[in-house]
Design a protein around this ligand. Structure first.
Ligand code: CA
Length: 346
């Protein structure tokens, strides 16, 4: 093929791509409502919402939101009760229903789990159309929990990293409209000069509570082999620091392959697919000084117990918007709550 032909082919493909992109979303533009997004601009807090396809903007009081968020601790012990779910993927209404029926929140969506810890094992972003609602809900729930000695842990999954690192392939069509109205990329809506962006950049990727490690994908032997130890605070800091790094920068620092490829904490699927042996999982747990791993990322119809309870998979397909479950670890007993709030033993 001549250079001209290649050039024409490329131009046609690009034109078709952008044609599809604009056709895909422009239809319901005047019905699009979303937000708020709170931007930090010249020291001011500017709130922008989209209402019926129009920007509604106002300046907020300087104290309306914190603008610095301290990273959480990575290890917690002596926690009497823990609840966990994952992979909400914008299914706000279903997630709320599951949490309400299982008494994590009350009828008014307020914290109702006392001094318990509630762990969301990643992937609030992408697929569904109520991502922003879910994030603000978790943001507020976290504060309510802390007031009464409880705790919400929102761990970062692969989709959080994808969005923050500007990979918007999986956003709902609604957000294509939102980005058009606001004149910003989707990543910019959660950029480092936004309230939620700053909050997200303080989050951990993995946490150890009592004798369980919670992490979106899982801990692989390959990941451990790359490190001298499983220092969770250090690992979380590396993950945080990588959010605003380019791929080249990550490669130069030897972060890309171990922390962002298929054997990494956020992408690993080895407990579910492949042929890992019980002893291999056991040896990973020994190396990380834990008895259980609680992971999301691999979808099942319900919460699953694998490797004789060494691993619990809490991605119960909430992303489909129909059903989902919640894991409970109370006084070291594992059980699960159904969508309707019925407690079941494994
Ligand atoms: Ca995932």
């Amino acid at each position: 093929m001549t250079k001209i032909k290649i050039l024409i082919t490329v131009i046609v493909l690009v034109a078709v791509y952008f044609g599809i992109q604009s056709w895909k979303s422009v239809e319901n533009l005047e019905e699009t409502t979303d937000g708020p997004y709170v931007f930090i601009e010249n020291g001011k807090l500017i709130e922008r919402k989209v209402e019926k396809g129009q920007i509604v903007e106002k300046e907020l009081n300087k104290n309306a939101f914190e603008i610095e968020y301290k990273p959480d601790a990575s290890v917690f012990s002596n926690i009497s009760k823990i609840a966990s779910l994952s992979d909400i993927h914008g299914q706000f209404d279903l997630a709320i229903e599951i949490m309400k029926n299982n008494k994590i929140i009350d009828e008014n969506l307020n914290w109702n789990y006392g001094n318990g810890h509630f762990v969301i094992v990643g992937d609030i972003f992408d697929r569904g159309d109520k991502v922003n609602e879910t994030l603000w809900f978790v943001y507020n729930l976290e504060k309510q929990a802390e007031k009464v000695g409880g705790k919400v842990h929102f761990l970062l999954g692969n989709h959080e990293f994808m969005i923050l690192k500007n990979d918007d392939r999986y956003i709902h069509d609604k957000y294509v409209n939102v980005t058009k109205v606001l004149g910003k990329s989707y990543a910019e809506l959660y950029g480092k000069n936004t309230v939620l962006g700053k909050w997200l950049r303080s989050k951990s990727t993995a946490v150890k509570i009592n004798n369980s490690v919670f992490v979106h994908g899982g801990v692989s032997q390959e990941f451990l082999d790359h490190r001298k130890d499983f220092d969770l605070a250090e690992i979380n800091e590396i993950m945080r620091s990588a959010i605003d790094m380019s791929k080249d920068e990550m490669k130069t620092k030897n972060i890309y392959e171990p922390y962002f490829k298929s054997n990494s904490l956020i992408w690993f699927r080895g407990y579910f697919y492949g042929d890992m042996k019980d002893e291999e999982v056991g040896s990973i747990l020994k190396e990380i000084d834990s008895e259980h791993l609680v992971v999301g990322h691999c979808s099942n119809e319900e919460i699953v117990k694998l490797f004789d309870g060494k691993v619990y998979g809490v991605d119960s397909s909430i992303k489909k918007g129909e059903y989902g479950e919640i894991l409970f670890i109370e006084q070291d007993n594992f059980s699960k709550g159904t969508k309707g709030g019925e407690k079941k033993k494994f």
